[in-house]
Design a protein around this ligand. Structure first.
Ligand code: C2O
Ligand code: CU
Length: 502
């Protein structure tokens, strides 16, 4: 069930021109290009200066394609195969859409810097907490060792002024993201999240690669509204009244695009609770879904609209086959003047392809790994419900408990679990399992065909059931929770244990 809401900024949104505050908006291709060009130059110099004989035998590193979107974090390590960055979380007072807001930022950026690497690389993150509250960083979707997973289950949250070093190998290519796992409903809402791009060994050959982070924020009385203050927010999670598109408030992105080009878009929904329905309008833009949470699909597919639940990512191929204004839009249920619920069509990215005489591009996509073909050997079920807690707040539960220190089930490394999620109440839950991938096989007992590929997050609509096949290949102590951050905060978070194989 989706709750209609009045977008207070609808008029602004529909009339929006360019021109967000440059200090706060996402970085353009120029800055990304600089960051990457800088890295490449550093690599060359360092190798030439410090490694005379042995390393000259190494094959030259294939440079990563540029990613248009939030500025990429500078790689501080000249070695190929290692990406080493520093992330500092701190408060940031930002002017967004003419409003001064108390936000939180990684490296002074909202969204935080994009982390950009290649599959098989080691990622090292020197994290420093300059917030006035504890925090962690969780690497959503990455199959890291559990000690690096950034949950309070596996690490003591980093206190104000504290540091933590995250270090792990990037096992899977794909589009991922990072965010805190402590008071995440407040910290993510205020801007603590960023994109992670793990390129395939042979990255897709396209004209441009972009990362679009489509968020919403709730602004009331000129401030980000206080957390969990209303029954509606406890019940449905926080849905915002403003869009935040790569850090720009109610201001669609407007990249320069060219007729004949093919682009790779990586799209993430980092909002607290809203499922975004997205698609393209315009006659000459064609698109298809190339990848999901777990990487590229063996069989890409076409659709008119795509529902992106909180936490999910999609890789899209976008082609401009001719001139004419077009847009990447989101459809949001809105109450109109007659008090009817209608879908407002809001632009997220406006597109006006420039003519070109060059030949149209043929994109070359790396071949996707085949999906696992494994029969489940374990059956598990998780029931989702809600009760009134002793403190008067709603208490959201998984199998009757609200305790992430307690395993909801235990299985073995390499197990294939048939996992049935049963939603016993009205609100929807985007369920997220850490450290593993799964496929969505049935909804309400009926085989699903429209949601192919590996996922780490799945929508479980109100009073419905979803059957997953989960590939439990990463041993450790993992969290499994609703990604409506208010629900997670109010108890809808449990542990799943994967015992290591002998
Ligand atoms: Cu996106 Cu448990 O997290
Ligand atoms: Cu939920």
């Amino acid at each position: 069930m989706r709750r209609p809401l009045v977008i207070t900024s609808l008029v602004t949104l529909l009339a929006a021109a360019c021109g967000g505050d440059p200090a706060t908006t996402a970085t353009t291709d120029t800055a990304s290009a600089d960051a990457l060009a800088g890295d490449t130059a550093d690599d060359d110099t360092a190798e030439a200066d410090t490694t005379p004989a042995a390393d000259t035998a190494l094959p030259p590193e294939v440079p990563l394609p540029e990613v248009w979107g939030p500025a990429v974090a500078a790689d501080e390590n000249p070695l190929p195969g290692v990406v080493e960055v520093t992330l500092t979380a701190a408060a940031k007072r930002v002017k967004l859409g003419g409003i001064q807001l108390d936000m939180l930022a990684y490296n002074d950026q909202i969204p935080g810097p994009t982390l950009h690497a290649k599959v098989g690389d080691e990622l090292v993150v020197h994290f420093h907490n300059d917030l006035d509250q504890p925090t962690t960083i969780h690497w959503h979707g990455l199959r890291v060792p559990d000690a690096m997973d950034g949950t309070p289950r596996v690490q003591e949250p980093v206190p104000p002024g504290g540091d933590f070093e995250y270090r792990f190998v990037l096992r899977d290519a794909g589009s991922f993201w990072y965010h805190p796992h402590v008071r995440s409903n407040e910290q993510v809402e205020r801007g603590l999240y960023g994109a992670i791009v793990v390129e395939e060994a042979e990255p897709a050959q396209v004209d441009v690669e972009r990362f679009i982070l489509l968020d919403d924020v709730l602004i009331e009385g000129g401030e980000i509204a206080p957390a969990l203050a209303t029954f509606m927010e406890q019940m449905h999670g926080r849905t915002g009244n403003h869009l935040l598109i790569n850090g720009q408030l109610d201001d669609p992105l407007a990249p320069a695009v060219t007729v004949g080009h093919v682009e790779r878009w990586r799209v993430l929904n980092p909002s607290n609770a809203r499922t975004f329905t997205v698609g393209f309008v315009g006659d000459n833009v064609h698109w298809r879904v190339m990848g999901t949470d777990g990487g590229l699909l063996p069989e890409p597919y076409e659709t008119d609209r795509l529902d992106i639940a909180v936490g999910q990512r999609y890789d899209l191929e976008v082609r401009y086959d001719g001139p004419g204004e077009a847009a990447f839009v989101t459809w949001i249920p809105t109450v109109n003047a007659q008090n009817q619920v209608v879908d407002a069509e809001l632009p997220v990215v406006t597109l006006d392809p420039a003519p070109s005489t060059a030949l149209a591009t043929e994109a070359v996509w790396p071949s996707a790994l085949p999906l696992p073909d494994r029969e489940p050997n374990v059956d598990e079920q998780i029931a989702f419900d809600v009760v009134q807690g002793e403190d008067g707040n709603l208490q959201w539960r998984l199998n009757g408990q609200s305790n992430w220190r307690h395993p909801i089930f235990t299985c073995g490394e390499g197990d294939t679990v048939r996992l049935v999620l049963v939603n016993q109440a009205g609100p929807e839950h985007p369920f997220h399992l850490h450290g593993q991938f799964f496929e969505i096989v049935r909804r309400n007992g009926v085989a699903v065909t429209g949601e192919p590929g590996l996922k780490d997050t799945v929508r479980v609509p109100g009073l419905e059931s979803v059957e997953l096949v989960a590939y439990m290949d990463n041993p450790g102590q993992w969290m499994a929770h609703c990604h409506i951050l208010e629900h997670a905060e109010l108890g809808m978070m449990a542990e799943v244990v994967v015992e290591p194989a002998e």
